[in-house]
Design a protein around this ligand. Structure first.
Ligand code: CO
Length: 137
């Protein structure tokens, strides 16, 4: 049986990552880890808050999915990521529920530390969900 272990992160789309980092660093009292993912045209800042992260996302070009999201819906929560025990098993489970999965083969991200997929927001009340299997810290 598949299992949700917790909320891995909450991701927020922002127009200006450097400004958003300043604000969230002030609110949270910590500094993030920042990385750029050119193949996804995104810059990411991750703040560890207990067992959960707050992830800030900035599109690095107008055709980035994050830039398009902001154009359509404005800045704000972009997705919620569930930590799961086995992402492949979870993909099978989601398909059995007729929920559309965005990557049928999970993607390995964060330098091999996580395996992920997403489900279609239209199938889950307008909320994009991510499913994260943690491979390493
Ligand atoms: Co995410």
């Amino acid at each position: 049986m598949v299992k949700v272990l917790g909320i891995h992160h909450i991701a927020i789309a922002v127009k200006n990552l450097d400004e958003a980092i300043k604000k969230f660093s002030a609110i949270l009292g910590i500094e993030p880890e920042v990385e750029e993912v050119p193949e996804e045209k995104v810059r990411i800042a991750m703040f560890r808050v207990g067992d959960t992260f707050i992830e800030l996302l900035e599109g690095t070009s107008p055709d980035s999915p994050i830039s398009k999201f902001i154009e359509k819906r404005g800045e704000g929560i972009h997705h919620i990521a569930l930590r799961v025990d086995n992402v492949e098993e979870f993909i099978k489970y989601l398909k059995s529920l007729n929920i559309r999965v965005i990557y049928e083969e999970p993607r390995v991200v964060s330098k091999g530390k996580r395996k992920i997929t997403f489900t279609h927001p239209k199938d889950v009340y307008g909320v994009m969900l991510e499913y994260v299997e943690v491979l390493g810290e």
